[in-house]
Design a binder for this molecule. Structure first.
Ligand SMILES: Nc1ncnc2c1ncn2[C@@H]1O[C@H](COP(=O)(O)OP(=O)(O)OP(=O)(O)O)[C@@H](O)[C@H]1O
Length: 302
């Protein structure tokens, strides 16, 4: 398990990471989400050792990170850094050779990986002739070619079309299934919600929350209920303690305490046939907005 303990970092006297602590487990895709400037890239650079922290520690399976343990890391930085004029298969083969694979093994690995990332027809093309999204796939191949135990990916899905997102996800899931720890940053909350079981949310350099996706959905955001019936539901609007989000004659989506929701259900049963009644958990975007709203309220109070 990769664990960060109380990581702090300042630039020119301005603190941008405040006691950042979280963990990412082997076999899991962990999404690291936050808005622009929240501190994701800085945290990832510190994990990789590209940047030093001012204080705090990072451990892998309980031991402090060393150059040797980091050699089993794969990193896809936000700023892409491959050779524009080199053919993509040669380039990934070269990186595999740097990781110590034989020529034959490196060639095979590079080709397999690029094919699984949908680049079968581009193997002998120079990187610079590929579209931005396809260059990104090559960048992902570069991070994966040595089958790392820990994968740190900075915005791997930005700029990818939905088909490419699925291909990259497939490759990352295979690494996680093989036991790797996969941590990736994103501000595409809908994508992260679909892909990750584990989430870490950062805002203004502080960890706002972390944990399983479903636990986070249960813990945050206002709980809503959806009720459908064969009878007219307009009466729900006048129920005490109920805030209507959407309403049509036969369907209502509302916010309320659990006891009020059950009172609505009891009344609906008296008035007609209830077709469905279920709580709707907030999605990640809504949770994120809630954090942002809390901050705005605090700022207003201050
Ligand atoms: N080298 C640097 N010098 C000065 N400030 C920096 C430096 N690197 C990052 N920062 C500042 O640290 C804060 C966090 O930046 P960081 O790039 O980690 O955020 P991020 O969450 O990755 O943002 P984004 O999603 O926009 O890429 C920002 O306020 C940024 O301006």
């Amino acid at each position: 398990m990769l664990q960060l303990h109380d990581i702090c970092r300042s630039f020119s006297g301005k603190q941008v990471l405040h006691d950042v602590s979280f963990s990412a487990r082997p076999g899991q895709l962990t999404g690291f989400v936050g808005g622009n400037g929240a501190g994701k890239t800085t945290t990832m650079r510190i994990i990789l050792g590209v940047l030093a922290s001012d204080s705090g520690t990072i451990t892998l399976d309980g031991s402090p990170l060393t150059a040797t343990s980091r050699s089993r890391f794969g990193y896809m930085p936000a700023e892409r850094g491959l050779y524009p004029k080199m053919k993509i298969a040669e380039q990934i083969t070269y990186l595999a050779r740097l990781h110590g694979f034989s020529k034959e093994d490196a060639t095979q690995r590079a080709e397999n990986l690029l094919v699984s990332l949908g680049l079968k027809d581009r193997l002998t093309d120079a990187l610079e002739t590929l579209s931005t999204g396809n260059q990104q796939r090559v960048q992902i191949a570069a991070a994966l070619v040595h089958e790392p135990d820990v994968l740190i990916l900075d915005e791997p899905f930005s700029g990818l079309d939905p088909h490419a997102v699925d291909q990259v996800l497939q490759v990352l899931t295979e690494r996680a299934d093989a036991g790797a720890t996969v941590l990736f940053s994103s501000h595409q909350l809908d994508v992260v919600e679909r892909l990750c079981n584990e989430l870490v949310i950062i805002g203004d350099g502080k960890i706002l929350d972390a944990g399983g996706r479903e636990d986070l959905r249960r813990r945050h955001g206002s709980l809503r209920y959806e009720l459908t019936s064969d009878a007219d539901l307009s009466w729900v609007q006048t129920q005490p303690g109920v805030l209507i989000d959407e309403i049509t004659p036969e369907r209502v989506l509302f916010q309320s305490e659990e006891s009020q929701a059950h009172a609505v259900l009891t009344e609906a049963v008296k008035r007609g046939t209830v077709k469905s009644f279920s709580p709707i958990l907030p999605n990640l975007s809504e949770i994120f907005r809630e954090f942002t709203a809390d901050k705005t309220d605090e700022e207003a109070a201050a």
